[in-house]
Design a protein around this ligand. Structure first.
Ligand code: NI
Length: 169
């Protein structure tokens, strides 16, 4: 089922998500829906708060549905190690049409639970590292515009207000 993706400044996007404690069929169905919604939106990742569910669940698929082995489910994830810096363009499904450069760690190691509740660690570099940090930020109620310089954030917020006035946001 394709879920509705909420846009900034929907309050749920700024709330820290609740930890997941039950690894059941309901969770598996929700994760399937998150993937379906990501593909329908042509994204590479989506976090539960973006569909109005304040829980620590996110999905990533850099192949955008082309390679089933690339489907990554992160439950209760956290960054446990990071190094380097990269300054690259980034987008977010809750900010349609907005793309801006954001500083991120070049490499990260994350720790997360899978759909069965089993903990695992995984390293990410380049785009995967950026995507992991962006999605884990969502679970902390942190949005990418607050990783931008104040000047850029101001420009983006002005653009959003204009789109809202035009009725296209
Ligand atoms: Ni996002």
């Amino acid at each position: 089922m394709i879920l509705k993706v909420v846009k900034y400044p929907e309050p749920v996007l700024s709330q820290p998500g609740e930890p997941v404690t039950e690894f059941n069929a309901e969770l598996r169905k929700f994760v399937d829906d998150l993937f379906e919604t990501t593909y329908a939106s042509q994204g590479i990742g989506l976090a539960a708060p973006q569909v109005g569910v304040s829980k620590r669940i996110t999905v990533i698929d850099l192949s955008m549905g082309k390679n089933p082995k690339d489907k990554l489910v992160l439950i209760n994830p956290e960054v446990i190690f990071s190094e380097g810096k990269l300054y690259e363009e980034e987008g977010c499904l809750s900010f349609p049409e907005i793309r801006e450069k954001v500083v991120r760690a070049a490499k990260v190691r994350i720790r997360a639970q899978d759909l069965h509740g089993k903990w695992f660690e995984m390293d990410g570099g380049e785009l995967m590292s950026r995507c992991m940090q962006h999605e884990i930020d969502h679970l902390d109620g942190m949005l990418f515009i607050f990783r931008m310089s104040a000047l850029k954030r101001d420009l983006v917020q002005r653009k959003i207000r204009k789109l809202q006035r035009d009725g296209t946001w």
